[in-house]
Design a binder for this molecule. Structure first.
Ligand SMILES: Cc1ncc(COP(=O)(O)O)c(C=O)c1O
Length: 418
């Protein structure tokens, strides 16, 4: 039975929750179920973005909670360099069933930013191991989002989230998001023997609202990376674990990552888990030179690994990667049919259950507020100037057709009103 319980009797106590002053009191969610968030006043809100594109298996899966509780009753903290049963089992499961061929090792961290930041250390360690001490620069695209650490903000091209922090941020070269020739030019300008890696999202998420590059883009990017001997880091924090309708977002194109980063779908919103993997070539090169990658204190606690295993059990048992492809087609075609000619919409696009609606003449925040008033959460995306405002739809991969119909109807109603 579900308990709708708040730990505070005074709603104004919620005002104290925001870290910095907020324009209005945030909603108080007291329970989650299926594709819905349940508020303290009993209202139900459809979670059309799976929170922040996280909740791949849907809300309220008690078997994940049971797996975490059971593991934590047996083992609490063990230093990450030592093995525990669920750590070992999760590495084995990922290598056997989820990672690309030739990727046999996994590093765990708590969130996406820790993982992308670690990927930068892996790239640097690889070049150091080869005696290429000059290679350290990591290039990326505009727009892009690779995390909120000082290094990943500096690498990324989310101009709104970087604003004002510039003196702290190293000046890594940036390239336009859909132009492979520009990458070659930027590498030449930076000095090819100083470049360590190129980092990119297969489908651009938070900064752009599900932007997909042209068909020939990735083949050319691979050629540029190989030509200059730089590593390709696939940032699949958002696109990994089935979100785009394939296991990995890069598998829609002829892409071979050297380093693969993922997060959100691994823990499905139940456990804070992220991962970095790399080709055996990259890791063997580092290992043979005596290198290693320093862990975080919370790199893969046993109970969190147990939670991730339970999430992957559900993904596999229910065929949710294939379902993301099928329901994603339905979501995208429904949004296109309903909004293709809408005066507030300039484009509908995406892959699988990662669908963006680019807005015209209205801010993403205003549009999201109108959706929330009508009982639906969707993620406000965009970072200007390439894509200023977009709505990012990423419901749980378990979403049903009638639930998609409700999502589309609420979106139309909200955009009609703004
Ligand atoms: C592609 C990508 N990389 C990195 C991150 C950072 O992940 P986190 O917020 O878990 O630190 C995000 C978060 O949205 C992301 O979408």
């Amino acid at each position: 039975m579900m308990t709708h319980m708040s730990t505070t009797s005074d709603p104004s106590a919620v005002d104290r929750y925001p870290f910095t002053r907020a324009a209005k009191r945030p909603p108080l969610v007291v329970a989650t179920e299926g594709i819905e968030l349940i508020l303290d006043d009993g209202r139900r809100v459809i979670d059309a973005a799976g929170g922040a594109v996280v909740t791949n298996i849907g809300h309220g899966r008690h078997e994940v909670a049971d797996a975490v509780a059971s593991a934590m009753r047996t083992i609490d903290y063990v230093v990450p360099t030592w093995a525990t049963p669920h750590r070992v089992a999760l590495v084995e499961r990922l290598a056997d069933r989820w990672l690309p061929d030739g990727f046999d090792h996994v590093y765990f961290a708590g969130g996406g930013s820790e993982a992308t930041d670690t990927a930068v250390r892996v790239a640097r360690s690889y070049h150091l191991a080869r005696g290429d001490e000059r290679r350290y620069k990591v290039l990326a695209r505009i727009p892009s989002y690779h995390g909120a650490t000082v290094t990943t903000l500096a690498i990324g091209g989310h101009m709104a989230r970087r604003a004002g922090l510039d003196p702290l941020l190293a000046e890594w070269p940036k390239v336009p998001w859909n132009d492979a020739g520009a990458l070659a030019t930027a590498i030449e300008a930076a000095g090819p023997d100083t470049v360590a890696a190129f980092m990119a999202e297969p489908v651009i998420g938070a900064s752009a609202g599900a932007l997909v590059a042209d068909d020939d883009y990735w083949q050319q990017i691979m050629e540029v990376c190989r030509h200059y001997g730089i590593l390709f880091i696939a940032d699949e924090v958002m696109t990994g674990f089935g979100r785009t309708g394939r296991t990995w977002g890069h598998q829609h194109d002829p892409v071979q990552p050297d380093i693969l980063v993922s997060a959100k779908g691994l823990g499905g919103g139940y456990v804070p888990m992220s991962m970095v993997s790399a080709s055996n070539h990259v890791l063997d090169t580092i290992s043979e030179a005596g290198g290693s990658v320093m862990f975080f204190t919370y790199s893969g606690p046993d109970a969190m690994c147990a939670g991730a295993l339970a999430v992957l059990d559900i993904m596999e048992r229910e065929g949710l990667v294939a379902r993301a492809a099928e329901m994603g087609d339905y979501l995208q075609s429904s949004l296109r049919a309903a909004l293709g000619d809408h005066q507030r919409v300039s484009e509908v696009r995406g892959r699988g259950l990662m669908v963006g609606v680019e807005l015209a003449g209205v801010s993403a925040v205003t549009a999201v507020d109108a959706c929330v008033e009508r009982g639906m959460w969707v993620y406000p995306a965009g970072s200007g100037p390439a894509v200023a405002d977009a709505l990012l739809f990423a419901p749980p991969l378990t979403v049903a057709a009638d639930e998609i119909d409700r999502i589309v109807a609420i979106t139309v109603d909200a955009l009609d009103a703004v």
